[in-house]
Design a protein around this ligand. Sequence first.
Ligand code: FAD
Ligand code: SF4
Length: 312
Amino acid sequence: MTEKKEKKEQAHRVAMPEQKPEIRKRNFDEVPTGYTVAMAQEEAARCLQCKKPGCVEGCPVGVDIPGFINLIAKGDFTGAIRHIWGKNALPAVCGRVCPQEIQCEGRCIVGKRGEPVAIGNLERFVADWERESGTGALPPKAEPTGKKVAVVGSGPSGLTVAGDLIQKGHSVTVLEAFHKPGGVLVYGIPEFRLPKAIVAQEVHFLERLGVNVEVNSVVGRTVSLDELFAEGYEAVYLGVGAGLPRFMNLPGENLIGILSANEYLTRANLMKAYRYPEVDTPIPKGKNVVVLGAGNVAMDAARTAMRLAPTA
Ligand SMILES: Cc1cc2nc3c(=O)[nH]c(=O)nc-3n(C[C@H](O)[C@H](O)[C@H](O)COP(=O)(O)OP(=O)(O)OC[C@H]3O[C@@H](n4cnc5c(N)ncnc54)[C@H](O)[C@@H]3O)c2cc1C
Ligand code: SF4
């Protein structure tokens, strides 16, 4: 192993600045505050630019990770974001909530001996840099094919399909049942992990590319699949998610104060109930709250309950 490579492997991962626990437990602001330019370039310099990058094998959409990290190291942030867009239309979202520890970072070669390169933090950095610098850059689009596609549901699945198809030159309309696009990104994942303004910006990026987003459109009710085909859509993608909670049929399950995580988080996130009475949607608040389950959704419910707990 060369001395340079060894030094890179021993270098510590640049820590993500974040709100302190005693502060963040009482607010809904995003917990990590993001890398500065200097931090991002320092972290990017840790990448070994592997010839057979494990990180890419671990990425479900095959983003050229060493490629975009190299561009960050060189200070070409627009180049870096363009590089990501070729494979992923939602980098600000994925940089925040993808399970990198089991995907790209879980396969990073540097991680075999030390701390993996902070791929998610770098993806987030470059997506935020692009948004905040306002360069207005867009990925290239193929010539129009004249084909119309309808995408039902605007969760990450529908938005990803819309982003891929619009870049291939098709005409794309996303139909969303709710009044806001984003699916679980807006009604499930809490503001302190994924700010809703970030989701709105990613949707706006797709709109700038030419995607037409229609909210309050419940396919099957406000419009049928037959009607969509009759309107000239040649293909319909169903990305409707798995939005219904599954109850356990326990005695007392319907008592006041007992909510599915789905309802609880939708109230808190989509309807912003943490700002009640400034907004119309109320939400139960308790000093002693029991959360059944211990997966990611349960953790989001627990963190939300802690932030909402009355102090007095
Ligand atoms: C609380 C919570 C936290 C999570 N955290 C993470 C995380 O940190 N990282 C991670 O990778 N995954 C996470 N997940 C999982 C992830 O959010 C889902 O895998 C993902 O949202 C699925 O995307 P989707 O587009 O298939 O469905 P959804 O996000 O559910 O979107 C489906 C959309 O379709 C719309 N729809 C449904 N029926 C119709 C219809 N008839 N007409 C029009 N529109 C319709 C819905 O309103 C919704 O907007 C989390 C899930 C939850 C619930
Ligand atoms: S595996 Fe790690 S070190 Fe190698 S290219 Fe990917 S991010 Fe860089």
